[in-house]
Design a protein around this ligand. Structure first.
Ligand code: ATP
Ligand code: MG
Length: 172
C-alpha cells in the first residue's frame, strides 16, 4: 500500500496520545506518563509499505521506549528524508542499553539484564519481529544508546525521490 509516511507516522503517534488522554481521564496513577515530541518533516514522502506490519514495528519501539523509561520521560520522534532513504528515529530518556548488547537486542528472546526485564514483562521478541519486518521492506533497523541517558532506535527505508512532474526522466 502506498502511503505518505509522514501522515502514517503522525497517525500512529496520535493513537499513543489518545491512550495517554484516556489514562489521564481515568486518573490512574499507576499508568506511566510520557510526552511525545514530534520533529516530522512536512514534506510528503510516498513509500510502499505493509501498513499493518510497519504499525507493529513503531508500536513495538514506542512501547519499549515507554516501558524502559522512568515516569514522565520525553520520547522524541523524528522523520526526515536523506538522499534515497527516509529515516525514522525514536529517542527516549530511559535506562539505556550497554554497548555490548546493542546488536543482540534484535535477536529472538534476548533481553538485557534478565532480572530487570522479567519484572517488566514481555518475551524478548518485539525487536526480533521488528527487524524481520523492516528487512522485508529492504530497510534497516539499529540502535544507539548511552547508558543511564537514553536510547535511540533508527529505521531507514528505501525512498525514490520523484520529480515535480511525477515521473523521472528515465521512465519517459
Ligand atoms: P516484548 O517486546 O516481546 O514484549 P521485550 O520488550 O523484552 O519483550 P524487545 O522489544 O525485543 O523485547 O527488546 C529486547 C530487550 O532490549 C529488552 O528486554 C530490553 O532489555 C532492551 N530494550 C529494548 N528497547 C529498549 C529501550 N528503549 N531502552 C532500554 N532497553 C531497551
Ligand atoms: Mg518490547
Amino acid at each position: 500500500e502506498w502511503v505518505n509516511i509522514n501522515d502514517f507516522v503522525n497517525h500512529v503517534l496520535n493513537r499513543f496520545d489518545m491512550m495517554l488522554k484516556k489514562d489521564a481521564e481515568k486518573s490512574d496513577n499507576s499508568v506511566k506518563k510520557y510526552t511525545i515530541k514530534r520533529e516530522i518533516t512536512k514534506q510528503a514522502l510516498w513509500v510502499e509499505i505493509d501498513t499493518d506490519k510497519m504499525m507493529q514495528v513503531i508500536d513495538n519501539i514506542m512501547n519499549n521506549a515507554i516501558k524502559y523509561s522512568p515516569d514522565g520521560g520525553v520520547i522524541t520522534v523524528r522523520l526526515l528524508q536523506a538522499h534515497k532513504h527516509i529515516i525514522l528515529s525514536i529517542s527516549d530518556q530511559g535506562l539505556g542499553i550497554p554497548r555490548k548488547d546493542l546488536n543482540k537486542i534484535f535477536d529472538r528472546f534476548y533481553r538485557v539484564d534478565k532480572a530487570r526485564s522479567r519484572k517488566q514483562g514481555g518475551t524478548g521478541l518485539g525487536l526480533a519481529i521488528s527487524k524481520e519486518i523492516v528487512e522485508a521492506h529492504n530497510g534497516r533497523i539499529w540502535a544507539d544508546s548511552a547508558e543511564g541517558e537514553g536510547s535511540t532506535f533508527y529505521i531507514s527505508l528505501p525512498f525514490e525521490p520523484i520529480s515535480e512532474e511525477g515521473a523521472s526522466w528515465d521512465e519517459i
